[in-house]
Design a protein around this ligand. Structure first.
Ligand SMILES: [Zn+2]
Length: 162
C-alpha cells in the first residue's frame, strides 16, 4: 500500500467511525439533546403520540416536554426513583423540588416513592416542596429552572447554599 492508498484507507476508516458514533435518535433526550444513558440515575420517559417510547435525561426534561403543546398527547410517563433506582410510573411517586441534589439539568425534581420517604428526602436534602405530578405545571418548571422558590425559601436558606 503506498502513502496515497493509506491516506484513502484512513479517511474511509474515519468516515465509518463518525457514522457509527451517531446512535439512534432515541438515545438522546428529546428536550435538551443530552445522551440519556450518560445519566442513568435520572432517566425518564413516556409513550408519545405515535405510540413510541421517548426517553429523557431527567424528570425535568420529561415534564417540560409533556407540559408543552408538542408533548401533550404523551401518556404512561415513568421516572427512575431516587432511592431504589427502579423505573416507576409517575403517579406512584412524589417530586421534591429545591433540594441540594443536582440532576443532569441542574436543580432536580427528585422522584421519591411514598410520602414518608419524600418527607425524609426533603429534610435530608434541604428541599423546599413536595409535589404530586399534577402540580408540576409549565409555570412550576420555570420556577425550578430559575432556582427560586419564593414561597418557602428564607434569606438564610439562600445564603447557606453558597
Ligand atoms: Zn434533557
Amino acid at each position: 500500500m503506498n502513502s496515497k492508498q493509506l491516506l484513502k484507507f484512513l479517511m474511509l476508516g474515519a468516515a465509518v467511525w463518525l457514522l457509527a458514533g451517531c446512535g439512534p435518535t432515541g438515545d438522546r433526550c428529546r428536550k435538551c439533546g443530552m445522551v440519556v444513558d450518560d445519566h442513568p440515575r435520572w432517566v425518564a420517559g413516556l409513550i408519545d403520540e405515535r405510540g413510541v417510547e421517548e426517553r429523557f435525561c431527567s424528570p425535568r426534561c420529561m415534564f417540560a416536554h409533556w407540559r408543552s403543546p408538542a408533548g401533550a398527547a404523551g401518556k404512561d410517563a415513568w421516572v427512575t426513583e431516587y432511592y431504589t433506582q427502579q423505573r416507576l410510573p409517575v403517579p406512584e411517586v412524589y417530586f421534591v423540588m429545591g433540594s441540594d441534589v443536582m440532576g443532569p439539568m441542574g436543580r432536580a425534581l427528585v422522584p421519591v416513592a411514598g410520602q414518608a420517604a419524600a418527607e425524609g428526602f426533603l429534610q435530608d436534602h434541604r428541599g423546599t416542596r413536595i409535589l404530586s405530578p399534577e402540580e408540576i405545571t409549565a409555570e412550576l418548571l420555570r420556577e425550578v429552572a430559575s432556582g427560586v422558590t419564593p414561597d418557602s425559601a428564607t434569606p438564610t436558606d439562600i445564603e447557606d447554599l453558597h
